[in-house]
Design a binder for this molecule. Sequence first.
Ligand SMILES: Nc1ccn([C@@H]2O[C@H](COP(=O)(O)OP(=O)(O)OP(=O)(O)O)[C@@H](O)[C@H]2O)c(=O)n1
Ligand SMILES: C[C@](O)(CO)[C@H](O)COP(=O)(O)O
Length: 228
Amino acid sequence: MPLYQVIVLAAGQGRRMKAGKNKQLLEIGGKTIIERTVDVFESDAWCDSIYLVAHPSELKLMKQLASQYDKVKSVIPGGKERQDSVRQGVNQLEQNLITFIHDGARPFISHDELHRLYIETEESDAAFLGVPVTDTIKQIKDGYVETLKRDELVAAQTPQAFKYDLLKRVHDYAYEHQLYATDDVALLEFLNQSPSYVEGSYQNFKITNPEDIQKAENMLKINGLDHS
Ligand SMILES: Nc1ccn([C@@H]2O[C@H](COP(=O)(O)OP(=O)(O)OP(=O)(O)O)[C@@H](O)[C@H]2O)c(=O)n1
Ligand SMILES: C[C@](O)(CO)[C@H](O)COP(=O)(O)O
């Protein structure tokens, strides 16, 4: 059976959520966001192991939450930026398996998407899920507005997946040269490499702003997954 390992990121602070605490610990449909995300991987037969990256101040709490799962191998303290947290996770990986990196704030990822991403990564070394953008996107630079070609644009999601050696190489390179990006496949650009694109779904949105909580609650109700 195909097997992958996953780094699940929960070490942010959720500032845009304005909840006064890390958004990962907010409940949607009677369960925390981070538990809902980890549930998806725990229940995926293709997932071998889960590495949970937590905020240093929440390590104890996250370890308690993680103790209900068989596949969580360790709970790791995260870093200042998202990329620093990923690196902390990469340094703890124990096996040479295809590795997924996933935002804990995206609980609506499906097994079908995970499997399609795995298959593409086997073929092409690195791949990411994304969706075509639905708005018209304009770039504003030096006072000039340029309308970008919408049919060439996608919004990147997670998971993003790499063969293990490439993931190590790209993160080591970024660390050595102190290069930062807001997602992981962007780091490949520093090595003049390109990932494959796998079309995902709009359901796999990132819970970021206060309005996203209601959207998430509604999705759980529609899918019969509300436990409140
Ligand atoms: N230093 C950081 C920053 C972010 N993340 C994680 O990266 C994912 C995507 O980040 P985002 O949605 O921006 O989360 P936050 O950084 O928590 O939110 P905000 O930017 O609003 O503060 C989240 O699962 C978050 O926990 C992380 O592990 N370590
Ligand atoms: C990785 C990501 O979720 C892809 O959409 C996104 O880039 C994270 O960025 P954020 O600034 O942490 O929201």
